[in-house]
Design a protein around this ligand. Sequence first.
Ligand SMILES: *[C@@H]1O[C@H](CO)[C@@H](O)[C@H](O)[C@H]1NC(C)=O
Ligand SMILES: *[C@@H]1O[C@H](CO)[C@@H](O)[C@H](O)[C@H]1NC(C)=O
Ligand SMILES: [Zn+2]
Length: 436
Amino acid sequence: MAVKVLRLLALLWVTFEFAAAGSYEGYKLYEIATETIAQRNALNALAQEDADKYDFLSLSRLHTQKARVLVAPAHDESFQAELRNQKIPFELKNTNFGRTIQTEVLQNRMLRQAKPYNGTGRLGTERYYSHDEINAYLDDLAARYPTRVFVRIVGKTYEGRILKTITITNGDGVTGKNVVFMDGAFHAREWISPATVVYAIGELVENFEAHAELLQDYDWVILPVMNADGYEYTQSASAFRLWRKTRQPVTVNGTTCYGTDPNRNFGFHWMGKGASSNPCSDIYAGPSAFSEPEAVVVRDIMHSLRDRGILYLTIHSYGYALFYPWGWGPELPDTWEDLHEVAMVGADAIRDYSGTEYEVGSSTALYGEAAGASDDYAFSEGFTLSYTMELPHGGDSGFDPPPSDIDRLVKETWTGIRAMGLKITTKYPSPKQTLS
Ligand SMILES: *[C@@H]1O[C@H](CO)[C@@H](O)[C@H](O)[C@H]1NC(C)=O
Ligand SMILES: *[C@@H]1O[C@H](CO)[C@@H](O)[C@H](O)[C@H]1NC(C)=O
Ligand SMILES: [Zn+2]
């Protein structure tokens, strides 16, 4: 019976999806491995100048990974012509990206319908969860571990979704400990990000004994789904699967576009290099700094933790990189060697665990300028260490890993996060002494 209902639902969904798939129909996915510096420079220039035409899903400045670019049918000819012109070799990875994306959204929807979260117990790693399910899990933890866990409502998204943080302690009641602040899902389409953050929460709370050292002198404050509006939007239909920004509309010169890149919206070198003033761009910095309520929430958390904040960690995908300030320009902070050292501990732990190689460096060195990002802001507001972690991608055709890869990836990533968490307990052991 249940199986029949599921099949029927799936059929209805597929029918609806074919009607809605529109926006990725005929899109092609290219993979590009540059071989020379000239090719590298040409591709970097293309990514900068034609960001509105070609969607570079991943491109590190050093090109240690292959770049992946999603191209709409209307721009396909000019894209190939550009590459041929510059003698950049390319490989066509997927000629029907629309269908791949459709399958992905459908699969996630079916898994969710087949086994909804019942509101108690640890969230598994077999599928991607909704914002509501993740919030329900936080509440469940607060109920089951009342002395170790505190859940707070920290604000609302533009569309009115409730944002919650979970503060994880070891329950000894000591206040004023150093703090790690971690967040996920800044970018809506990076589903592996909240999945990773939720896994980390599960480890720190439900597998506490194995990680007691991490919480001896540190509390962890975690916001699992920052851009909840965008995250839900990407799951509503395959046509929206690759949405990146928030969902607040902005009208400029009579044209309305939706959303701001929350990771360009922070008030430090706002609207500098690597940010766009075009509201239709994927890297639009917003009409003003902190125009997005979700960015305000993160800012206010950072301010509240300023005196105790040692480590800020924001989880993104994809890129196989751990990068630190600055992202607004090529300068390095005075303490860049400390930033580098701790990031290397994370990258080494991941390599030892699974062989996955992460790049470590400043965000500008690895990816080029991206002013107005949260990691720069945290660092400018006094966090001792601040990192963006760009996770691996999955499969050969998709952007995020398929559900079958979630378990492997979140465990691999947690290994790195844990190693950094452990490192700071010895590198920055005592309560932070703030200058006043
Ligand atoms: C909810 O699911 C978990 C397993 O995921 C199970 O252990 C628990 O008993 C369930 N609770 C209820 C109330 O159904
Ligand atoms: C809006 O119009 C003004 C005046 O023509 C122009 O300077 C500005 O660049 C336009 N903004 C956008 C985002 O197109
Ligand atoms: Zn991102």
